[in-house]
Design a protein around this ligand. Structure first.
Ligand code: FE2
Ligand code: FE2
Length: 373
């Protein structure tokens, strides 16, 4: 039986020292090597065994777009104007009243603007690094999944992810004037996903957890930003991501329904680990550092800031229903349900799961709002 310490490397979910001790100490690193430990599987069974995956494959072929020619790259992006306008819609994403007694309390318009700019650079940089993770993971899935229909689909996703890396990298380079290295919590999660030898764990970590969170986060920024190029870029990426999450849910449902309690427990633990790593990454410790504020002074307050809380919980609005659909919430005495209760995200369990929702994200339709109503 694994303890929280075995899974997370700490006993308390909110142990600030432990969270902050995970940081990227080599920001000049260019190459990062991870062992992928997996068997490459050929299949000689080319029959159509999984029509739902084949339908998704057909959708993927007609849903392709070109990052070079389909997006209005000549849009002038005035970053400060964009941030001011976006902050007017949603605020800065933090509630200044919470930060009494810290340097943030004294911030004026100039600092809040700078915080907004840094936050935008950081957010899109982490999206970019996550997209590269997805590119590598789906290349791995193409090799490791034993099913023919899934190999075909995964191959289309490799192209989708290449396009996502391309457009985020270009947007950051041409429009944002600055970027951030990969957040260490995100990198730790990507390493664990790639490192695991079991093919379904690549799916669970990437397709269900990382991509589920990405779909919610992209939706949030897409709904909020008035910057037309970014809005369109996110809309295009979301049309692909919704398919990717569906691919994970459709594939794993079949596998997890057949698993023993002991096997499923390992998947529940992995889902919990992934959820916590992603929550930790969204504490955005690098942005506070860049603003000249000690993360140690701020992060405990961020953890209880209701403004952040709403955003963070929204990030889990796709993950929790998808975990429920896969049977991960309630097996083994509702082990994962209890963890999600501790994280305050269980309220999303009956939201629509992405197994069916992807059709609504097709280009040419109005994408569903991340927060209904
Ligand atoms: Fe992607
Ligand atoms: Fe994706």
């Amino acid at each position: 039986m694994s303890t929280t310490e075995d899974i997370l490397g700490r006993t308390d979910l909110n142990d600030i020292e432990a969270i902050l001790s995970v940081s990227n100490t080599d920001v000049n690193e260019v190459e990062h090597i991870v062992k992928n430990n997996a068997d490459t599987i050929f299949t000689w069974d080319y029959s159509l065994a999984r029509p739902a995956l084949r339908r998704l494959y057909e959708k993927a072929k007609t849903g392709q777009w070109n990052g070079t020619t389909d997006l209005p790259w000549d849009t002038e992006v005035d970053l400060e104007k964009t941030i001011t306008a976006d902050q007017a819609v949603i605020g800065s994403g933090v509630d200044p009243k919470i930060y009494v007694g810290t340097p943030v309390e004294k911030w004026g318009d100039k600092e809040w603007m700078e915080f907004g700019v840094q936050n935008r650079r950081w957010t899109l940089s982490q999206f970019l690094h996550g997209e590269q993770g997805a590119l590598l993971c789906t290349a791995k899935i193409t090799e490791t999944v034993p099913w023919y229909d899934a190999k075909l689909y995964a191959a289309t996703q490799v192209v989708d992810e290449a396009r996502h890396v391309e457009v985020f990298a270009r947007y950051i380079d041409e429009k944002l004037g600055g970027s951030y290295q990969v957040n260490a919590h995100l990198r730790m999660l990507l390493d664990d996903i790639v490192n695991d030898s079991r093919w379904d764990m690549t799916y669970l970590g990437m397709q269900v957890m990382v991509e589920g969170l990405a779909l919610a986060a992209f939706g949030f920024l897409h709904q909020l930003t008035g910057e037309p190029l970014l809005k369109q870029l996110l809309r295009y990426v979301m049309s692909d991501e919704a398919r990717h999450v569906a691919f994970g849910v459709l594939s794993l449902k079949e596998v997890y329904d057949e698993m023993s309690d002991a096997e499923l427990k390992e998947r529940q633990e992995f889902a919990f680990e992934a959820a916590v790593r992603m929550r930790d990454r969204f504490l955005s410790q690098e942005v506070w550092e860049r603003m000249g504020v000690k993360p140690r002074d701020i992060v405990p307050l961020v953890l209880v800031d209701p403004t952040r809380g709403l955003f963070q919980q929204m990030l889990f609005s796709k993950i929790v229903p998808n975990c429920k659909k896969l049977g991960l919430l309630d097996r083994n005495d509702a082990w994962l349900r209890r963890r999600f209760e501790d994280m305050n995200v269980i309220q999303f369990e009956d939201w629509e799961s992405t197994g069916e929702e992807y059709l609504k994200f097709e280009l040419g339709k109005d994408a569903p709002a991340p927060i209904p109503g």
